[in-house]
Design a protein around this ligand. Structure first.
Ligand code: OGA
Ligand code: MN
Length: 192
Protein backbone atom coordinates (compact mmCIF):
# COMPACT_ATOMS: atom_id res chain seq x y z
CA UNK A 1 0.00 0.00 0.00
CA UNK A 2 1.45 3.39 -0.92
CA UNK A 3 1.89 6.08 1.71
CA UNK A 4 0.42 8.65 -0.66
CA UNK A 5 -2.21 7.58 -3.19
CA UNK A 6 -3.19 9.75 -6.18
CA UNK A 7 -5.68 11.75 -4.14
CA UNK A 8 -3.10 12.45 -1.42
CA UNK A 9 -0.55 13.57 -4.02
CA UNK A 10 -3.13 15.90 -5.49
CA UNK A 11 -3.85 17.34 -2.05
CA UNK A 12 -0.14 17.90 -1.46
CA UNK A 13 -0.02 19.84 -4.73
CA UNK A 14 -3.11 21.93 -4.02
CA UNK A 15 -2.89 22.59 -0.27
CA UNK A 16 0.85 22.02 0.26
CA UNK A 17 -0.06 19.59 3.08
CA UNK A 18 -1.53 16.14 3.39
CA UNK A 19 -2.38 14.34 6.64
CA UNK A 20 -2.76 10.55 6.68
CA UNK A 21 -4.03 8.89 9.84
CA UNK A 22 -3.21 5.17 10.17
CA UNK A 23 -0.43 5.41 7.56
CA UNK A 24 1.66 2.83 9.43
CA UNK A 25 0.90 0.15 12.05
CA UNK A 26 0.63 0.94 15.76
CA UNK A 27 3.00 -1.93 16.48
CA UNK A 28 5.74 -0.28 14.43
CA UNK A 29 5.17 3.05 16.21
CA UNK A 30 5.29 1.33 19.59
CA UNK A 31 8.51 -0.52 18.69
CA UNK A 32 10.15 2.70 17.46
CA UNK A 33 9.06 4.54 20.58
CA UNK A 34 10.53 1.82 22.81
CA UNK A 35 13.76 1.93 20.81
CA UNK A 36 13.85 5.74 21.12
CA UNK A 37 13.31 5.56 24.86
CA UNK A 38 16.17 3.06 25.07
CA UNK A 39 18.53 5.59 23.44
CA UNK A 40 18.35 7.73 26.57
CA UNK A 41 21.02 10.42 26.60
CA UNK A 42 21.94 9.88 22.94
CA UNK A 43 18.87 11.96 22.10
CA UNK A 44 20.25 15.39 22.92
CA UNK A 45 19.29 19.03 22.91
CA UNK A 46 20.93 21.28 20.36
CA UNK A 47 22.01 18.83 17.67
CA UNK A 48 20.36 20.70 14.78
CA UNK A 49 22.86 20.70 11.91
CA UNK A 50 24.48 24.11 11.83
CA UNK A 51 21.49 25.63 13.55
CA UNK A 52 21.70 27.94 16.51
CA UNK A 53 19.16 26.28 18.78
CA UNK A 54 17.65 28.46 21.42
CA UNK A 55 15.40 26.98 24.07
CA UNK A 56 13.07 29.93 23.50
CA UNK A 57 12.45 28.59 19.99
CA UNK A 58 12.47 24.84 20.41
CA UNK A 59 12.59 22.72 23.48
CA UNK A 60 13.11 19.17 22.33
CA UNK A 61 15.97 16.70 22.01
CA UNK A 62 17.02 15.17 18.72
CA UNK A 63 19.08 12.44 17.10
CA UNK A 64 19.83 11.73 13.42
CA UNK A 65 18.60 8.29 12.34
CA UNK A 66 20.60 6.25 9.83
CA UNK A 67 18.80 4.05 7.29
CA UNK A 68 20.98 0.98 7.76
CA UNK A 69 20.76 -1.52 10.53
CA UNK A 70 18.08 -3.42 12.38
CA UNK A 71 15.16 -2.21 14.36
CA UNK A 72 12.06 -0.06 14.05
CA UNK A 73 13.82 3.29 13.58
CA UNK A 74 15.79 1.92 10.64
CA UNK A 75 12.53 0.47 9.29
CA UNK A 76 11.10 3.99 9.27
CA UNK A 77 14.13 5.19 7.33
CA UNK A 78 13.41 2.55 4.69
CA UNK A 79 9.78 3.73 4.58
CA UNK A 80 11.01 7.28 3.95
CA UNK A 81 13.00 5.95 1.00
CA UNK A 82 9.79 4.34 -0.33
CA UNK A 83 7.96 7.64 0.15
CA UNK A 84 10.75 9.45 -1.74
CA UNK A 85 10.27 7.15 -4.73
CA UNK A 86 6.46 7.59 -4.59
CA UNK A 87 6.84 11.38 -4.60
CA UNK A 88 9.24 11.27 -7.53
CA UNK A 89 6.99 8.94 -9.48
CA UNK A 90 3.72 10.71 -8.69
CA UNK A 91 4.72 14.35 -8.33
CA UNK A 92 8.00 14.62 -10.28
CA UNK A 93 9.82 16.28 -7.40
CA UNK A 94 13.27 14.96 -8.28
CA UNK A 95 14.06 14.15 -4.66
CA UNK A 96 17.58 12.78 -4.36
CA UNK A 97 17.85 11.88 -0.68
CA UNK A 98 16.66 12.58 2.83
CA UNK A 99 17.63 13.22 6.43
CA UNK A 100 15.67 11.62 9.26
CA UNK A 101 15.60 13.00 12.77
CA UNK A 102 14.11 11.59 15.94
CA UNK A 103 12.75 14.26 18.29
CA UNK A 104 11.77 13.82 21.90
CA UNK A 105 9.72 16.49 23.66
CA UNK A 106 9.75 16.21 27.42
CA UNK A 107 6.64 17.54 29.21
CA UNK A 108 6.59 21.30 28.53
CA UNK A 109 8.38 20.83 25.18
CA UNK A 110 7.36 22.93 22.17
CA UNK A 111 8.70 24.35 18.91
CA UNK A 112 7.79 27.93 17.96
CA UNK A 113 6.39 28.76 14.51
CA UNK A 114 8.93 28.24 11.73
CA UNK A 115 9.49 27.00 8.21
CA UNK A 116 11.86 24.09 7.71
CA UNK A 117 14.03 25.98 5.26
CA UNK A 118 14.42 28.91 7.63
CA UNK A 119 18.16 29.44 8.22
CA UNK A 120 18.59 25.80 7.33
CA UNK A 121 18.80 24.16 4.02
CA UNK A 122 17.32 25.30 0.71
CA UNK A 123 17.60 21.75 -0.64
CA UNK A 124 14.79 20.61 1.65
CA UNK A 125 11.64 20.24 -0.44
CA UNK A 126 9.32 17.94 1.51
CA UNK A 127 8.89 17.42 5.24
CA UNK A 128 7.35 14.11 6.37
CA UNK A 129 6.56 13.55 10.04
CA UNK A 130 5.56 10.24 11.64
CA UNK A 131 4.29 10.26 15.21
CA UNK A 132 5.16 7.62 17.80
CA UNK A 133 2.60 8.33 20.55
CA UNK A 134 -0.04 5.68 21.21
CA UNK A 135 -3.07 6.76 23.24
CA UNK A 136 -2.58 10.47 22.61
CA UNK A 137 -5.40 12.57 24.11
CA UNK A 138 -6.40 16.22 23.64
CA UNK A 139 -5.25 17.01 27.21
CA UNK A 140 -1.72 16.00 26.18
CA UNK A 141 -1.47 19.09 23.95
CA UNK A 142 1.51 18.83 21.61
CA UNK A 143 -0.46 19.35 18.40
CA UNK A 144 1.34 20.20 15.19
CA UNK A 145 -0.25 23.52 14.17
CA UNK A 146 -0.08 24.16 10.43
CA UNK A 147 -0.68 27.75 9.33
CA UNK A 148 -2.39 27.40 5.97
CA UNK A 149 -4.05 29.96 3.68
CA UNK A 150 -7.46 29.01 5.00
CA UNK A 151 -6.40 29.25 8.67
CA UNK A 152 -4.70 27.07 11.24
CA UNK A 153 -5.07 23.30 11.21
CA UNK A 154 -4.04 21.23 14.25
CA UNK A 155 -2.85 17.65 13.92
CA UNK A 156 -2.69 15.40 16.98
CA UNK A 157 0.69 13.59 17.18
CA UNK A 158 -1.01 10.20 17.42
CA UNK A 159 0.80 6.97 16.57
CA UNK A 160 0.21 6.01 12.94
CA UNK A 161 -0.32 9.56 11.67
CA UNK A 162 1.88 10.73 8.82
CA UNK A 163 1.99 14.42 7.84
CA UNK A 164 3.63 15.48 4.59
CA UNK A 165 4.12 19.10 3.52
CA UNK A 166 6.21 21.34 1.31
CA UNK A 167 9.09 22.42 3.53
CA UNK A 168 9.46 26.00 2.31
CA UNK A 169 5.75 26.84 2.08
CA UNK A 170 4.21 25.76 5.35
CA UNK A 171 4.65 27.75 8.54
CA UNK A 172 4.15 25.37 11.46
CA UNK A 173 4.73 24.96 15.19
CA UNK A 174 4.48 22.37 17.95
CA UNK A 175 2.18 23.44 20.78
CA UNK A 176 3.38 22.64 24.30
CA UNK A 177 2.96 18.98 25.21
CA UNK A 178 2.05 17.92 28.74
CA UNK A 179 3.48 14.41 28.39
CA UNK A 180 6.51 12.95 26.63
CA UNK A 181 6.08 13.23 22.84
CA UNK A 182 8.07 11.45 20.12
CA UNK A 183 8.20 12.28 16.42
CA UNK A 184 10.30 11.17 13.46
CA UNK A 185 10.83 13.98 10.96
CA UNK A 186 12.23 13.39 7.50
CA UNK A 187 13.38 16.14 5.16
CA UNK A 188 13.46 15.00 1.56
CA UNK A 189 15.94 16.88 -0.55
CA UNK A 190 16.48 17.79 -4.17
CA UNK A 191 19.95 18.41 -5.56
CA UNK A 192 22.89 18.29 -3.18
C1 OGA B 1 10.51 19.99 13.11
C2 OGA B 1 9.05 20.10 13.37
C3 OGA B 1 6.99 19.08 14.08
C4 OGA B 1 6.41 17.97 14.93
O1 OGA B 1 11.17 19.11 13.69
O2 OGA B 1 11.02 20.80 12.30
O3 OGA B 1 8.47 21.08 12.97
O4 OGA B 1 5.19 17.83 14.91
N1 OGA B 1 8.39 19.07 13.98
O5 OGA B 1 7.16 17.27 15.60
MN1 MN C 1 9.55 22.02 11.38
Amino acid sequence: MPFLDDQALQELGERAVVVRPAAFPDALAAAARAEAQGLGGRVRAGTGKGRAVSDEVRRDETLWVEPHGEGALATFARHVEALRLELNRGAYLGLTGFELQLARYAPGGFYAAHRDTFRADEARRITAIAYLNPGWEPAHGGALRLHLDGGAVDVAPRAGTLVVFRSHLVLHEVLPATVERYALTAWLRAGG
